[in-house]
Design a protein around this ligand. Structure first.
Ligand code: AHR
Length: 654
């Protein structure tokens, strides 16, 4: 019996040591594979899910210029014991084509008469913070009407107030500031009218004083900070399908988004009506966040600007409207003028506008997208004309071209083959696929033509189920699959030169598409687990890749491991990224070939959860967030234990 127990013990320990024997991984630190472009990991911005209006653009008043389809949407007339008093929406028509509507208020003879704006699902305001109210107004002759501005909390209590006295008979902008005495995510703004007479109002606006870089009329600082923390290589804007529009009339036209904000023509946001079950009737584009602001944002966060322009095609999932090829010139001219706006001298027409808006120095635009998710020979015809004309004038501008909305269907194959034959610069691949697809496709680029066009993984995200039903969460399963896949992007950095998760931002009460990288309400914001995956990649980019192998092969699924390695020339560090996509711990031993120093210290940063459905939330923003620990290199070997279902980044000082 005793003998039997001993044998069993020996067998068990033999099995245990086999199971525990470390995976041997070789990192060839002295072999330079491919340079990793500074643009490698970037950001995709689209005004979807209230990303711009109601999101990063810090304006708190919804429908500030009464230009929504229903002019009083978001506004409520207030009548407390009122006799008389009226409000009319007037339309100046051609006299102010971009912003024709305003309201005329005839004050009541008695009682309290006013209007209230509900904000974007309320207004997020903070205790002791300053708020800047402004309005364009004009008083009727003899009018004595004064404006009492009140910020009201969700219980109806006044938490901030200011007054504007009677002003001029010509349109002028008036401004006054006040401090909020309380924090409230769902405050509202009221304007009460006092005194006899009538007044015309337009562009009624309320901004926090504390915006990103304290810019007047600027952006929400917490959201921009989350973007800046990514240290993105590029910023793609303004989308996405929003570039295309449901029809051509509704396409994104950059020239209508620059200059004074009060002159920017508002249009419906295409996501307003896109998904019946997530319809958002109050979703419009005010363009307070326009192309100038996008360029400035790119500069602020150190990202290369990548604008995408309409190429004479409306969204092919909607109307599919096409501009006849002999009428494409205005579209191509928009592209040429945009390059001048971004890079031209201040003597040029568009460079002069850039300078007038506050930025005489060029924005250093180097790339531009022609169309978003277009497909078919119609795209090729239009792309060809764009490319020829743009390259003639600006040969060094790199063009991003569409290869359709899928990454492996017939539309993709046609465009991929055709554009490769045309020697296109950069192909924009999109994939919203299952987590399993991402794991299986970690080798996707290993066989791509090394001499062909570069790849921009322009929109991707792991989706477990459909998009607008809210069931697809930013859970750890999706984030880990993306991390595994991204090691494949990095390993192929000679082919894949840019990549961005999509979409970027989503308001918890106003989204149309889920999952998204960053979620927010009117006061707070948090990064999803997918955000931290992106951040770990972009904050640990490295200058060039080096081989990392197991059993003589790159690591893309063997023993459920996925890995890439790079050297950072600036900090003189080796960076290993490794995803363990199985629910058991794995011990790995990295043999660091080519090291000069045998022993050194390293820092291992990891993301992990035992629950693959774990998500971050406003209540638990860091449920899945990076943690660090120290590890050591001894005799050119680093041993590390990879937790079940974890993603680790190891930085080794050389
Ligand atoms: O990222 C959301 C949408 O997905 C984009 O607007 C579009 O390009 C893609 O279909």
């Amino acid at each position: 019996m005793k003998q039997l127990t001993l044998v069993a013990l020996l067998l068990a320990s033999a099995f245990f040591s086999v199971a525990q024997s470390p995976e041997h991984i070789i990192v060839k630190t002295d072999q330079h594979m491919a340079d990793i472009k500074p643009t490698m990991w970037g950001i995709f911005f689209e005004d979807i899910n209230l990303a711009a209006d109601g999101g990063i653009y810090a304006e708190l008043v919804k429908n500030r210029s009464f230009e929504f389809t229903s002019p009083m949407m978001g506004w409520k007339e207030q009548r407390k014991g009122v006799t008389g008093g009226s409000l009319w929406v007037l339309n100046r028509g051609a006299a102010n084509q971009n912003n024709p509507r305003y309201v005329r208020v005839q004050n009541a003879l008695s009682g309290n008469y006013g209007i209230t704006n509900e904000g974007f699902r309320g207004m997020g305001v903070m205790k002791d913070k300053q708020y800047d109210f402004s309005v364009w107004a004009r008083w009727a002759k003899g009018s004595e009407v004064k404006l009492r501005i009140e910020l009201v909390n969700v219980k109806g209590e006044v938490i901030g107030t200011a007054k504007l006295v009677t002003g001029s008979g010509d349109w002028k902008k008036y401004a006054v500031s006040f401090t909020s005495s309380a924090t409230d995510p769902k405050a509202q703004l009221s304007i009460w009218f006092e005194g006899k007479g009538s007044v015309d109002l337009d562009m009624i606006s309320l901004f926090p004083k504390d915006t990103w870089k304290n810019r007047t009329g600027g952006m929400r600082a917490d959201l921009v900070q989350l973007l800046a923390d990514l240290k993105p290589g590029f910023l793609r804007f303004p989308g996405g399908c929003i570039v295309e529009g449901r029809d051509l009339a509704n396409r994104y036209q950059w020239k209508k988004t620059v200059g004074k904000v009060e002159d920017r023509e508002l249009i419906i946001n295409r996501w307003n009506t896109e998904f019946a079950n997530r319809s958002t009737p109050d979703y419009f584009q005010s363009f307070g966040l326009g192309f100038y602001e996008y360029f400035l944002l790119s500069e602020d966060i150190g990202a290369s600007p990548l604008p995408i322009l309409n190429c004479g095609m409306a969204c092919q999932y909607n109307t599919s409207e096409l501009v006849p090829t002999d009428q494409l010139d205005p579209y191509v001219q928009d592209a040429l003028d945009l390059i001048e706006f971004a890079n031209g001298s201040v003597q040029t027409k568009w460079g002069k506008l850039r300078a007038a808006m506050g930025h005489p120095a060029p924005f250093n635009l180097k790339m531009m997208g022609v169309g978003n998710e277009q497909w078919g020979p119609q795209y090729i015809e239009r792309y060809t004309y764009f490319a020829k004309t743009i390259k003639q004038k600006y040969p060094s501008v790199q063009l991003v071209s569409s290869v359709g909305p899928g990454a492996e269907d017939d539309r993709f194959r046609f465009l991929n083959d055709t554009l490769r034959k045309m020697h296109a610069d950069i192909l924009d691949e999109h994939y919203y696929k299952s987590p399993e697809w991402f794991l299986q496709n970690a080798k996707r680029y290993d066989d791509y033509d090394r001499k062909g066009p570069k790849i921009f993984a322009g929109e991707y995200a792991a989706h477990s189920v459909g998009i607008p039903n809210g069931k697809t969460k930013n859970n750890w399963r999706s984030a880990l699959a993306e991390a595994a896949f991204m090691t494949g992007l990095e390993r192929n950095a000679d082919v894949v030169t840019m990549a961005s998760y999509a979409p970027l931002l989503a308001h918890v009460d106003g989204w149309q598409w889920s999952p998204d990288l960053i979620w927010f309400d009117n006061l707070q914001s948090y990064g999803s687990p997918n955000y931290y995956v992106q951040k770990l990649f972009s904050n640990n980019r490295g200058s060039y890749t080096v081989p990392i192998e197991m059993n003589g092969k790159m690591i893309a699924g063997q023993d459920s491991l996925y890995a890439s390695a790079s050297m950072d020339k600036n900090s003189n560090e080796l960076i290993i990224k490794i995803a363990n996509t199985i629910g058991k711990e794995q011990t790995v031993s990295f043999d660091l070939e080519g090291l000069k120093k045998a022993d050194s210290k390293a820092v291992l940063t990891y993301l992990q959860s035992n629950d693959m459905n774990e998500v971050n939330s406003l209540e638990k923003p860091l449920a899945v967030a990076p943690l660090t620990k120290e590890v050591e290199v001894k005799n050119k070997v680093l041993r590390a234990t990879l937790l079940p279902n974890s993603f680790s980044v190891i930085r080794i000082k050389l």
